[in-house]
Design a protein around this ligand. Sequence first.
Ligand code: F0G
Length: 463
Amino acid sequence: MDAVFQRCISPACAATSSVDDTRFECPNCGGLMDVAYDWNHLKPPKSLREFEAKWADRANPLSFSGVWRFRELLPFAPPEKVLTIGEGQTILQCADAVADYVGLQPGYLFLQYEGMNPSGSFKDNGMTGAFTHARLIGARRAACASTGNTSASLAVFCSATNLMKAIVFIGSGKISYGKLAQALDHGALTVQIAGDFDDAMQRVQQVAARLGIYLVNSVNPFRLEGQKTIMFRVLEALRWEVPDWIVVPGGNLGNVSAFGKAFIELSDLGLIPRVPRIAVINAAGANTFYQLYERQGLRWNKGYPDRAKIDTFFKTMDAEQQRASTIASAIEINRPVNLTKALRALERCDGVVREATDQDILDAKARVGAGGFGCEPASAASVAGARKLRREGVIAPGERVVCILTGHQLKDPTATVAYHSTDQKTFDEVLGQRGVRRAAFANRAVQVPNDLDEIIKAIEVYS
Ligand code: F0G
């Protein structure tokens, strides 16, 4: 057998396919696939410290990339096939002001700023993986359904590399302007479906299969290989110490699945002494994972999750015509495609799931902005969720917590400006209909006449 292959995540099935298969579903049972490695025939590092040597090798684009400097832990492509645009130059910030808001001791809350990627979100970590795989198999067109960030990332990678034509499927009126602007500006064929993300996701899978277009949504396991490196960088920034908690927003559940795989592999390779706990935070208006995991007790169950429970949940959702709805448009998703993979991740990492209201998300976002570099609404769900878990006593004040900030602040200025607005009409139009009643942390612009004395007076009063 080859040292690198694809394998069904269900241990009962465990069907395999070759590395160049682009169906991204199990040929036997239709389930999700992993990129699998026979480590006996590869050269995994003996210690994570070995990666520090890459810092002195930054002239090599593979060592410069925050993804590919860990290439020995995602060795599915020969180095000359790797396609990188310099993704993964992100930072882990110790954020004491936010720690105070969350209820943690100073020095215990860290924010991982994935908005610093070339397209402004964590998606670039995965896209470089998918593009490398697409190059391996010679794809000419790539497609995704998106709430905005995957499409932005795909569009950037296509325009920067000229390797493939980007085709993006988006729901009508469901995508923030910052992200739509990226898809359009970078030349992607943008297909606006009369429906939401869940509709677009189903359609893109059908279209990709019918037309043989390479799919870059997170059902693509090569994308998740790239996203594993977010965790490697977190460990690297903590000098290879494992934190107590990773808190991540949950939409299609690709990130949590990738993080789980990263820790399972590091642990199995003996590279870390223990795994962190993982918390996934849904928006309350798109809370399928919370409902199934916390309310209905759905578990990985050694690879046999209760299918009937899942089917009944979605049947009821359809019968009641429930649609995802949240200000955190990036995670406005009711049918997460990586549901079972995420269950596996939570099993190994003693996971929990919580939901955060739009009010909590926007308040947390304002605290993040006031305490550091800023993020888009979906990202702040992680901070809102950490605060909730701290209040419940699930997280202790002296535990080390890493919240993943998945997307840049400027991705969705509409929500931010409305939150800080002095104009009640703007606030109500954008936020009021979503149940957001107050902006406790608003930083309102000061209105002054165009008069030097008045301006100086205002500055003296407010500063
Ligand atoms: N945060 C941001 C900023 C996102 O864009 C997404 C997903 C998530 C969190 C959720 O991550 O799907 O791995 O659980 N955005 C996708 C998109 C769905 O199309 O851009 P997940």
